[in-house]
Design a protein around this ligand. Structure first.
Ligand SMILES: [Zn+2]
Length: 427
């Protein structure tokens, strides 16, 4: 076994739950409890800021606040309802609360100051097993520590173990997510050696072997529908808390519809990115992509909408973590390499304004598609700049978990089957 085989990596699994009304209202109650704890902690902490006698950092203040909650608040009159809910919910709510504050206080992260959670926001809460990891059996049922047994909408194909479970509601649907660890899949044979990929707005990805990958047209259709919905409801009284205008019933219905439509777009995009990156990771031994100067491009407003809706940054993030799973090499080509301006045939460099879609070389008169030309240059980059290649490897497990956590779970079909393989090895 090589070193590559022996390392465990973390994956996140996220599945929709199939719930009846009773279960739905129970989970909504749990989310409400978690929100109550968070907001209660926040208001107590803010109150301590006004008392000059109290000193110490926020994180030092949070532990006594938790004690106040456990020993006083919980026992107050009118708070009996708290005992209906798992204590793991409030333990985890405090943990999140503490984390949110340390993120805010950390200058490197530049997180926003934690604010009160509102019912309107999508609810979520976390529970964990205090006795270590628990087994989640293959199949349609999941036993969530301290909450009970629930049904998945789609079964999971393998046994796995996890300790912490996060339940969340998005656009009226409930999901559970949890992290599992697995071995990498064994060294696999890639059919193609090297490829350069040019990412763009017109064509999502152009590969140096001539393959092009387009964003699915269903995204465009879903966006048109969303736009239509927003336009039709442009005159609705949507409510404005600060001036005391309440949202009408129809406005609330509109918000629900809007969230559903937005969720559809997010899902199509996530699915597309997962499947595309899995395909690339399985097909090519060595992938070279440009270092996206996302921040720089975001500053250009015309480009920013197109780029953020394409998920280019997410694309690179996914490739980076799938590198661990599929064992290919990912090279991020330095930002100032003039991949679009260079002729892929003779190496001549000329200006290429963004609107120019075809590269016409002034020197050797080659005529070639702009993106294809750029991708060919990217593929060859390694050979003319030795030692500069960056191996995106070397991520910490925690990082991996972080970047998989959101999308994760649902890796496109490809990854799923390989995950199944991983589980068989470990269990
Ligand atoms: Zn040329």
């Amino acid at each position: 076994m090589s070193a590559r085989d022996s390392v465990l990596i973390m994956y996140a699994i996220k599945r929709e739950l199939k719930l009846n009304n009773k279960e739905k209202s129970f989970l909504a109650g749990c989310a409400g409890f978690s929100r109550f704890v968070y907001n209660h902690g926040l208001s107590l902490l803010k109150a301590t800021w006004d008392i000059p006698e109290i000193s110490g950092s926020d994180s030092k203040r949070i532990d006594p606040i938790k004690k106040v909650f456990t020993n006083i608040t919980k026992k107050q009159e009118g708070m009996e309802w708290i005992s209906n809910y798992s204590s793991r919910i409030y333990q985890n709510a405090f943990r999140d609360f503490k984390k949110a504050f340390s993120r805010w206080r950390e200058p490197k992260i530049k997180a926003e100051m934690p604010s009160f959670k509102r019912k309107k926001h999508q609810g979520s809460f976390t529970v964990d097993s205090s006795n270590g990891k628990v087994l989640v059996r293959a199949g349609k049922l999941i036993k969530i520590p301290t909450l009970g047994t629930f049904r998945f909408k789609e079964s999971i194909p393998y046994n796995c173990v996890s300790q912490t479970f996060t339940i969340s509601r998005v656009a009226g649907k409930w999901y559970v997510s949890f992290a599992v660890s697995g071995c990498k899949i064994p060294e696999m044979k890639h059919n193609h050696k090297q490829v350069g990929i040019d990412l763009g707005i017109k064509t999502f990805a152009t590969l140096s072997d001539g393959t092009t990958i387009d964003t699915p047209s269903s995204i465009k259709e879903a966006k048109t529908k969303l736009g239509r919905l927003q336009w039709r409801n442009r005159n609705k009284v949507l409510g404005y808390r600060h001036s005391g205008i309440k949202a009408s019933k129809n406005a609330i219905k509109y918000y629900q519809k809007l969230r559903k439509k937005q969720k559809i777009i997010t899902n199509i995009r996530a699915d597309f990115l997962q499947k595309t990156t899995t395909f690339l990771a399985k097909t090519y031994q060595h992938i070279l992509i440009e270092d996206l100067n996302v921040k720089g491009m975001m500053a250009n407003h015309k480009l920013s909408d197109a780029l953020s809706s394409l998920g280019l940054y997410r694309f690179r993030e996914l490739l980076t973590y799938k590198q661990e799973c599929f064992g290919f090499l990912l090279t991020i080509v330095e930002r100032w390499f003039p991949s679009s301006k260079t002729c892929s045939l003779c190496g001549h460099i000329q200006d290429m304004p963004l609107k120019e879609r075809v590269y016409r070389c002034e020197h050797c008169h080659q005529v070639i598609d702009r993106d294809l030309n750029a991708s060919i240059n990217l593929e060859r980059w390694i050979s003319n700049a030795d030692g500069l290649s960056v191996n995106a490897c070397g991520l910490e497990e925690a990082d991996l978990l972080g970047c998989t956590a959101s999308a994760a779970a649902h890796c496109g079909a490809g990854t799923q089957s390989s995950l199944a393989g991983i589980e068989q090895q470990t269990v």
